[in-house]
Design a protein around this ligand. Structure first.
Ligand code: ARG
Length: 465
């Protein structure tokens, strides 16, 4: 391991940090992820220092240019600070001083790493929230595109994972569109509370220098300035809200994954997954495994875990900054990477990796009692009280089950033995296509409704980018 260089704070100490503690204390291994935001934040801070006369204009320019040079070095892979620099903030400050001389030491005037890191994380998340919103939109687009093709296709609808009523396949897909729409909106909401500038909070109490916090915030495109410096350095609510939003995204992707895994099984046979998104077994030659949805379902736990980690992290923290907070980063970064990769994988799967077995789906809804409610509704429409009709249909189903036939197999005479109001039109009324078509209540699965829902979903995608 390299020698520990003198830390900015080392003058106050008698001996150097224990080498193992250097490693233990360092965050550079992961907070290097924040470097672009750290540089941008520092450039804004330097400009503000110059504008307010805290440093000279020339000094401000030297700092901004030096920071830009570090950005280039980093992008070219030439700036790779080691663990001896502790964190990205110290590493940048050190390099800046190498590049621009003693002026570099002025950068940290009127600032602490506490407000610096809070600013960096907000800038990072702001970017990531926008990127994830775009990925959510792409996933929604894939769902609506599929839905549009399958308005007239039927699929069994379930409750308790028992056949309930047939529905339009598009209706099923659009349920996920709705979940994603809430995810998209929730991210927008998190964005609002992320986009508040803590820079200028100092270590915890502000600064005696005549800083202009509004200017720093403006230069960094923040919507506003945090009102309380203690809160500014100790607030991670925005990160927790982000993890909540990503946890819900993952929960939604995981539910769909679970359905796809079931649907692709031989038992259901509702879909087949293309070779682009399936893998084989190392021993069983016949296997084609739904790895993508399985991985998404599996990765969901990681993101939930990060949310728990952060909630637990802050629950016992006295104000203001505590080093515990360094632990927020890996959770946030991993949640970002995981959520993005799962959204991308699911988008590919829906857009080009899944084939719905429409004839098999149609056969499935024709082979069950999921039209039983419609028999009761048929009588209810003829003024038989619904509960009475319901009880009668219960008996009908029992009879059919014991004879191993379906409702549609009953002769008209037998229908009429159960109730004289049954007529020839009962057969049409219980045909799956009809059963779906008549559920034309707002938000229901009737084809007309679903067509309107597809149109509405397209409008949403058009309106908000
Ligand atoms: N690496 C630290 C973090 O991620 C930066 C802030 C350090 N502040 C301090 N007072 N030691 O939280």
């Amino acid at each position: 391991m390299s020698q520990t260089p003198q830390q900015p704070w080392s003058q106050r100490f008698e001996t150097a940090l224990h080498p193992t503690i250097v490693l233990f204390n360092a965050s550079i291994g992961f907070d290097i992820n924040l470097i672009e935001y750290d540089l941008t934040g520092s450039q804004a801070h330097a400009q503000m220092l110059a504008k307010t006369g805290i440093i000279s204009t020339e000094e401000g320019e030297a700092l901004v240019n030096g920071l830009e040079q570090i950005r280039q070095e980093y992008r070219e892979g030439k700036f790779t600070p080691g663990v001896e620099f502790e964190d990205v903030h110290f590493a940048v400050e050190r390099r800046l001083t190498d590049l621009v001389g003693d002026t570099g030491k002025k950068l940290h005037t009127a600032r602490s790493r506490n407000d610096q890191v809070a600013t960096d994380v907000r800038l990072y998340l702001r970017d990531q929230i926008k990127q994830i919103q775009t990925l959510v939109r792409e996933f929604q687009t894939a769902l609506v595109t599929k839905a549009d093709q399958y308005v007239d296709a039927l699929i069994p609808g379930y409750t308790h994972l028992q056949r309930a009523q047939p529905i339009s396949l598009a209706h099923h897909l659009l349920a996920y569109f709705e979940m994603c729409q809430r995810d998209w909106e929730r991210l927008g909401d998190v964005y609002k509370r992320t986009n508040i500038c803590p820079l200028g909070s100092g270590a915890l109490a502000g600064t005696p220098h005549p800083i202009d916090r509004a200017l720093s915030a403006k230069l960094l495109n923040f919507d506003s300035v945090g009102r309380n410096s203690l809160d500014g350095v100790s607030d991670r609510d925005f990160a927790i809200e982000f993890l909540t939003a990503s946890s819900l995204i993952m929960a939604h992707l995981s539910r769909l994954s679970e359905e796809i895994i079931l649907w692709s099984s031989q038992e259901f046979g509702f879909v087949s997954l293309s070779d682009k998104v399936s893998t084989g077994s190392s021993i069983m030659p016949q296997k084609k495994n739904p790895d993508v949805p399985e991985l998404v379902r599996g990765k969901t736990g990681r993101v939930f875990g990060h949310l728990q980690a952060l909630l637990t992290l802050i629950k016992g923290l006295p104000l203001a900054y505590n080093k515990d907070m360094q632990e927020d980063k890996e959770a946030i970064f991993d949640a970002v990477i995981t959520t993005k990769s799962c959204l991308q994988a699911m988008t590919i799967m829906i857009a080009e990796g899944i084939e719905f077995k429409v004839p098999r789906l149609a056969a499935a809804v024709a082979e069950d009692f999921s039209n039983a409610t419609d028999v009761a509704d048929y009588l209810a429409a003829k003024n038989v009280p619904f509960r009475e009709a319901y009880n009668l249909v219960g008996k009908l189903v029992k009879t059919c089950t014991s004879e191993r036939i379906l409702l549609k197999d009953l002769s008209l005479e037998r229908w009429q033995e159960f109730h004289p109001l049954f007529g020839e039109d009962i057969y049409a009324a219980i045909a799956p296509q009809q059963v779906v078509a008549v559920r034309n209540s707002y938000g229901g699965t009737g084809f007309e409704q679903v067509r309107q829902q597809v149109a509405a979903a397209k409008e949403i995608l058009k309106a908000e980018v």
